[in-house]
Design a protein around this ligand. Structure first.
Ligand code: PMP
Length: 306
């Protein structure tokens, strides 16, 4: 998706003009992928723009930095204020926020100097991630031949820049084969997740999503959907899923900050029972939109107003 520039990017306490927000080509984060980041959305509400679950995202940024032995040098509270001020300065009423912790220039080698962490936060307008068609009519998934990063290789629960070559290999292969996205498996054949979204399956009224132990990134949208679904009276299980359980699901959907909630229409060309958007997926999508736009006051704790 094409980037739409805004006026400014926050870099370690300074608001820098968009075109001048640059790093040196020899930053070790570019060469070795040692960096961590977040993807966050802001939505329009009746009381002006609000960021959805900002604190949880910035806490996960700090957790990811911890896994990679970096101290961002800015607390969750400080980064919260910086994010809100960035939205004020860019005049965005909705959009996407991308905080990143990366290593400064100065040393080179696979054991990078870890006390040089730097932080930047950018924001820009962003529409639907998988495209309008997939959003409305559902997406076609294929099981990838690329296995999802695992606990013995690249820690799945940290959102690290370098870890995304795994997602990118799977996604590029899926698109080149004519699908919308890839589903990656664990070494034991359990479904982990899509390239940048978690998955849920529904069968006989029970919702199942893979547990954290199946190498997923514990998504904040996944957590939101689990909470909303339980509040709506559904049973939700965090339990391993096999690909064939997905083949026979009544409904399936992906969740993620960028993707939001997207219905799955087929897995490996097997149509999911409710072609298009199934009734439960539709109900959850509507509930989610009410929450992020501030129309459901029960979940106002999740909104940080700009
Ligand atoms: N898994 C991966 C690999 C992701 O990149 C994302 C997007 N951040 C997700 C799951 C969904 O996480 P969240 O709902 O927190 O955006």
């Amino acid at each position: 998706m094409k980037l739409t520039p805004t006026s400014t990017i926050w870099m370690d306490g300074e608001f820098v003009p968009w075109d001048e927000a640059q790093v040196h080509v020899l930053t070790p984060s570019l060469h070795y992928g040692w960096g961590v980041y977040e993807g966050i959305r802001a939505y329009e509400t009746a009381e002006g723009p609000a960021v959805f679950r900002l604190r949880e995202h910035l806490q996960r940024l700090h957790d990811s930095a911890r896994v990679y032995l970096m101290d961002p040098g800015w607390s969750v509270n400080e980064l919260t204020e910086a994010s809100l001020e960035l939205l004020r300065r860019t005049d965005l009423t909705s959009g996407y926020l991308r905080p990143i912790v990366y290593l400064g220039y100065g040393t080179m080698g696979v054991a990078p100097q870890l006390d040089s962490a730097k932080v930047a936060i950018a924001a820009w307008p962003w529409g639907s991630y998988l495209g309008e068609k997939a959003e409305q009519d559902g997406c076609r998934l294929v099981i990838s031949s690329w296995q999802r990063n695992g606990v013995h290789s690249v820690p799945p629960l940290a959102k690290a820049t370098g870890a995304y070559v795994n997602s990118a290999l799977a996604k590029v292969a899926a698109i080149r084969s004519g699908y919308d996205d890839a589903l990656m498996l664990t070494p034991t054949g359990h479904v982990a997740e899509a390239s940048a979204a978690n998955i849920f399956a529904l069968r006989d009224g029970v919702m199942t999503t893979p547990p954290v132990s199946d190498n997923i990134l514990p998504g904040i949208t996944r957590d939101t959907v689990i909470t909303l679904a339980r509040d709506l009276g559904y049973e939700v299980r965090e339990q391993s899923l096999t690909r064939s359980e997905l083949y026979v699901a009544d409904e399936a959907f992906l969740t993620g900050t960028a993707a939001e909630i997207v219905p799955v229409t087929s897995v490996d060309d097997r149509p999911v029972a409710a072609a298009g958007c199934g009734p439960v997926t539709k109900q959850l999508r509507e509930a989610f939109q009410d929450v992020v736009h501030g129309r459901n006051t029960d979940y106002r704790r999740w909104l940080s107003h700009v």
